[in-house]
Design a protein around this ligand. Structure first.
Ligand SMILES: [Zn+2]
Length: 84
């Protein structure tokens, strides 16, 4: 887990700041300096840690609706052929 670039708290966001450069920030400093685009690190971590069954369910749901972007998102950095 990385640390906030503005204090010693654990970073919960990877965000572009209102000053321009990207930074890892805690919730407090995200509220102060964060702007779009940004990634909630806890969400990203949860996504990485999902089970294969969850990924497969998301993949099939996305394929049902023909949403290829969502399908690719569902498998993350996995190999689509492992889920079909
Ligand atoms: Zn901070």
């Amino acid at each position: 887990m990385s640390t906030c670039d503005f204090c010693t708290e654990p970073a919960t966001w990877d965000t572009k700041t209102i000053m321009g450069p990207w930074a890892n920030t805690c919730d407090r400093h995200y509220a102060e300096y964060g702007t779009a685009p940004s990634t909630n690190l806890a969400d990203a971590e949860a996504k990485r840690n999902r089970s294969d069954d969850d990924r497969r369910a998301d993949l099939y749901a996305a394929l049902d609706t023909g949403d290829l972007d969502a399908a690719m998102d569902a498998i993350g950095d996995g190999d689509i052929f492992e889920y079909l």
